[in-house]
Design a protein around this ligand. Structure first.
Ligand code: FIX
Ligand code: ZN
Length: 409
């Protein structure tokens, strides 16, 4: 017997109406908690490393770089200013004298708006008063709640002096903040210490931090396999440690550090990398799980194709210069088309607490749109989805894939 579309819809809860489908997708995407797999946030116990408030938000390096494009100020002048004065200048330049169209500037608008602050203010008086009046512990809870973030992974580098003080001196832990051990300095520090000594030190830090993964960022010219020092350290220190401790390795590829050192933290750029390096790593170490993101837009399609070949590879995020709505939309659609739901669509890379609000608000919008396109195509091709299926898919994208990735290592 042929069941009519109408009764099938009623019986199975099938979403055959595109407007209803869109509304359900938006509801699920906006209400599902997300695990933020890569940030630079710290809990309050890390004291001055825990950044929050309007001055920190406005002096985010993305906005500093943009300010230099429009303000008549030298690098020397800017860096000699106090943080408050820098924030005032960024506000005046990008929000008063110009229209804040960039993604980072729109992020500030989203944050101000959520707290009911004037997004067209002439100065920062009201915003400063608001953020200064917040009690940090409650404010952190509030931000996590608004952003619907269930947890964040920190970027921990015990070679950083300030961080080491906290790790060695003791602090009150916050279970929402998971640790990841960042190994850039270990990998780039060519001279000091034998492989054995580095391994011993790495083991000690793994024991102390209890990270959810090991991580490293790499330049676009990263090659594997080669006989260079970086390859040697990967093979002799990092990969064996990852294997023995049952930790995955996160690789963030394509960053060209310090292209303009005058911009300090804002001075990094990107380059197209060779994806076959990741392909070979995945093939040589099938027992190790890799969480991988590339900074260049041109590498995104190749990354999806490598992920189709190696299930120990989990692509994640639209990193840094890719975190713009138009590019997030393109990459997310491409990933749905090539990988189904077997990827992690976004991470925030937040450095300042309240950035969680805008980064996730904006990401959710693009992810919902991309999902809608996929479900609508599916409907057009003859299959409708249910609300339960949307929930299953979004849970997988927002936390399931990551939880599985960290537990099956
Ligand atoms: O290497 C990284 O983890 C980068 O994400 C950062 O260091 C970078 O400065 C950043 O904030 C990008 O969003
Ligand atoms: Zn980062």
């Amino acid at each position: 017997m042929v069941t009519s579309t109408e009764s099938r819809t009623k019986f199975y809860g099938l979403l055959t109406d595109t407007e209803e489908l869109r509304a359900e997708v938006e509801l699920v995407v906006n209400s599902t908690p997300v695990m933020d797999v890569h940030t630079h946030l710290f809990p309050s116990g890390f004291n001055e490393l825990c950044l929050s408030g309007i001055d920190e938000l406005l002096t985010y390096h993305y906005l500093v770089a943009e300010t230099f494009r429009s303000a008549r100020i030298t690098h020397r002048q800017f860096w000699s200013m106090s943080k408050t004065d820098q924030a005032d200048l960024v506000w005046k330049t990008l929000f008063v004298e110009n229209t804040p169209t960039s993604e980072a500037a729109q992020g500030i608008i989203s944050v101000l708006d959520v707290f009911g602050l004037d997004t067209r203010a002439e100065d920062l008086k009201e915003a400063r008063e608001f953020f200064n009046s917040q009690r940090l512990a409650q404010h952190i809870d509030q931000v996590f709640e608004i952003a619907r973030v269930s947890g964040v992974v920190m970027t921990n580098d015990p070679r950083d002096e300030k961080e080491r003080e906290v790790w060695t001196g003791g602090f009150t832990a916050d279970s929402r903040f998971k640790s990841s051990l960042r190994l850039d300095r270990l990998l780039n520090d060519v001279g000091s210490g034998s492989a054995e000594a580095r391994r011993r030190s790495l083991d000690q830090w793994i024991q102390r931090l209890n990270p959810v993964y090991l991580a490293v960022s790499l330049p676009p010219d990263f090659k594997y396999p080669t006989g260079d020092n970086r390859n040697r350290l990967l093979r002799e220190v990092i990969l064996p440690a990852a294997k023995e401790h049952g930790l995955g390795l996160t690789l963030m590829v394509g960053v060209r550090r310090g292209v303009n050192p005058n911009l300090r933290e804002a001075g990094d750029a990107l380059g197209r990398a060779d994806v076959t390096a990741i392909e070979r790593l995945c093939a040589d170490y099938p027992e190790i799980r890799f969480l991988v993101t590339f900074l260049s837009r041109e590498n995104q399609h190749e990354l999806c194709v490598v992920a189709r070949k190696f299930s120990n590879l989990m692509p994640f995020g639209c990193w840094w210069f890719l975190n713009n709505p138009s590019i997030v939309s393109e990459i997310t659609r491409e990933r749905f088309e090539l990988l189904g739901q077997s990827f992690i669509p976004q991470h925030s890379d937040a450095r300042v607490l309240e950035q969680l609000i805008y980064k996730w608000k904006h990401a959710r919008r693009q992810i919902a749109d991309a999902l809608c396109v996929s479900y609508e195509q599916l409907l057009h091709n003859g299959r409708a989805v249910t609300r339960e299926e949307i929930e299953r898919d979004v849970n997988r994208l927002f936390s399931g894939n990551f939880n599985e990735w960290i537990t099956t290592c």
